[in-house]
Design a protein around this ligand. Structure first.
Ligand SMILES: NC(=O)c1ccc[n+]([C@@H]2O[C@H](COP(=O)([O-])OP(=O)(O)OC[C@H]3O[C@@H](n4cnc5c(N)ncnc54)[C@H](OP(=O)(O)O)[C@@H]3O)[C@@H](O)[C@H]2O)c1
Length: 266
């Protein structure tokens, strides 16, 4: 750039470079895609997962793009939360917490076990809250007036529509995380922390493998999506980057659909 040219104020508006991010469930699917997007954009990233092998494989794959740490554990348990807290002991600041880890359970009303409420609510709703509590001081330490700290919760269109998937606790858990996003946003705004949720439609992942492996069902699924396709790595990566960057500093308490138009037509 010529010497006396004023610096372009937009140059780093969408940047997450130099930020520290935790992405729960970063060993697969949407979490892995967001981890890659953050690493390629210059952030330091901590990913989590319960199963050691996929977690190690993800860490190895992601290490080509930047500084990544893998923390094994179940975020719905005190031990898992403690493992993550201990892994971040050297970090004074946490700029972005992405509560992405999620599980589902599907069965008829008759056969749906009570246990599928505790496990699904535990991972999809309780863990995001406990992680916000755990990292509150470090989120606050990362916040500046121009660039607040970020909590990004991963909800779902199934927390909004009444389409029957027979995933009773999953649908309720996603509606709950949307509402938790709003009440936390109101509470944490004065502390310089913004809280938003992404509400994805259909993305290929381990969770949706039962659909991807069936061409006929996939064709039907694509027909039901106004944009005619499933979501991609870039789609989720782009929105997660935006919500982690200074560009979204004035947004909080929003549940943003990322669904190819599914909610627009319901
Ligand atoms: N794919 C879609 O179409 C879609 C649509 C709407 C919303 N979502 C949401 O997007 C998020 C990611 O899902 P995905 O589709 O990418 O599924 P996925 O491929 O199954 O990935 C889930 C990730 O979460 C981890 N995880 C699950 N339970 C955990 C726990 N208790 N503690 C720590 N890590 C845990 C998994 O690793 P381990 O199994 O090794 O623990 C994995 O890394 C979920 O919240 C899901 O509800 C997905």
């Amino acid at each position: 750039m010529p010497q006396n040219q004023p610096q372009n104020p937009y140059a780093d508006l969408f940047s997450v470079a130099g930020k520290t991010a935790v992405i729960t469930g970063g060993s697969s699917g949407l979490g892995l895609a967001m981890a890659e997007a953050y690493l390629r954009s210059g952030a330091r990233v901590y990913i989590t997962g319960r199963k050691p092998e996929p977690l190690a494989a993800a860490r190895q794959e992601l290490a080509a793009h930047g500084e990544v740490h893998a923390v094994q554990g179940d975020v719905a348990t005190p031990e898992g939360v403690e493992a993550l807290r201990a892994a971040l002991a050297g970090e004074d600041k946490l700029h972005v917490l992405i509560n992405n880890a999620g599980i589902t359970w599907g069965s008829s009303v008759e056969k749906f076990p009570a246990e599928a409420w505790d496990s699904v609510m535990g991972v999809n709703v309780k863990a995001p809250f406990v992680l916000v509590q755990t990292f509150l001081a470090r989120l606050q330490a990362a916040a500046t007036a121009a660039d607040p700290a970020r909590v990004i919760n991963i909800g779902s269109v199934y927390g909004v529509t009444s389409q029957v998937l027979r995933a009773w606790s999953y649908a309720a858990s996603k509606a709950a995380i949307h509402q938790l996003t709003k009440v936390l946003a109101a509470e944490l705004a004065p502390r310089g922390i913004v809280v938003n949720a992404i509400s994805p439609g259909f993305f290929p992942s381990k969770m949706t493998h039962f659909m991807i492996s069936n061409e006929e069902r996939m064709a039907e699924m694509r027909k039901s999506i106004p944009l005619g396709r499933e979501g991609s790595k870039d789609d989720i990566g782009a929105l997660a980057l935006y919500l982690g960057s200074r560009a979204s500093s004035y947004m909080t308490g929003n549940v943003i659909p990322l669904d190819g138009g599914v909610l627009a037509k319901t």
